[in-house]
Design a protein around this ligand. Structure first.
Ligand SMILES: [Zn+2]
Length: 218
């Protein structure tokens, strides 16, 4: 069956199949994926933002990029990135639509050169979620709702993704990447996940510690 946004949305978010496809997502498999290293425990979730061209929303260009069919002549920004082979597991559009490009059991190519707690190549062991957006532009209500829903399901399936192991791309590639950026409301995301501050008091990374300081002010 071909999943359309409507039929996919009517299914419960809780379903993730053996390969790691979310039932709620529209599937558009990207060729930019491969096997994770053997015996890999998936234990990191990376939040990104993307928009093509930067700051413009609603077009087909992200999909084109993840399927290696971005027209280098369509916009000046596209020429240098048209041959870059990238993907993410999931994309949440501005209207909350969820699109899956890579099943969670496979390795998507979203993090690039990266390191978390001294361990490099975060693509090997992480799941990447892209929010359609830009660093300085507020994300939508629909995106936060969808992000929290799919984060809960992913964590149920991959419980090694502790709260302190949900990070931004900028946390694992500092100086190189800035997303999801200052407009992403980490405190709200944490509240949406339904976790109290006390649940997360142990073993905080600097970024998540900042997160909770911010959360406590609101
Ligand atoms: Zn990113």
């Amino acid at each position: 069956m071909v999943a359309t946004p409507n039929s996919a949305d009517s299914r419960p978010d809780s379903d993730i199949d053996a390969e790691g496809w979310l039932a709620a997502a529209e599937r558009r498999p990207s060729p930019n994926q491969d096997a994770r290293p053997p015996e890999t425990t998936i234990d990191l979730l990376v939040i990104h933002n993307i928009s093509l061209p930067p700051g413009e929303f609603g077009g087909d260009w992200i999909d084109a990029l993840f399927h290696n069919r971005l027209d280098p002549n369509a916009h000046p920004y596209f020429a240098p990135i048209a041959d870059v082979r990238v993907s993410a597991h999931l994309l949440i559009r501005r209207d909350g639509r969820l699109i899956q490009y890579v099943p969670c059991e496979r390795r998507a190519w979203h993090a690039g050169v990266s390191s978390f707690e001294g361990r490099e190549r975060c693509n090997d062991y992480s799941i990447g979620i892209e929010l359609e957006g830009a660093d300085e532009t507020p994300f939508t209500e629909a995106q936060y709702i969808r992000l929290a829903a799919c984060t809960r399901r992913i964590r149920q399936r991959y419980p090694a993704i502790g709260l302190e192991r949900i990070v931004g791309h900028s946390d694992i590639a500092p100086g190189r990447k800035t997303d999801p950026g200052p407009a992403f409301d980490w405190a709200r995301y944490r509240r949406d996940l339904g976790e109290s501050r006390r649940d997360c008091s142990a073993d905080l990374t600097p970024s998540s510690a900042t997160l909770f300081e911010n959360a406590s002010k609101t």
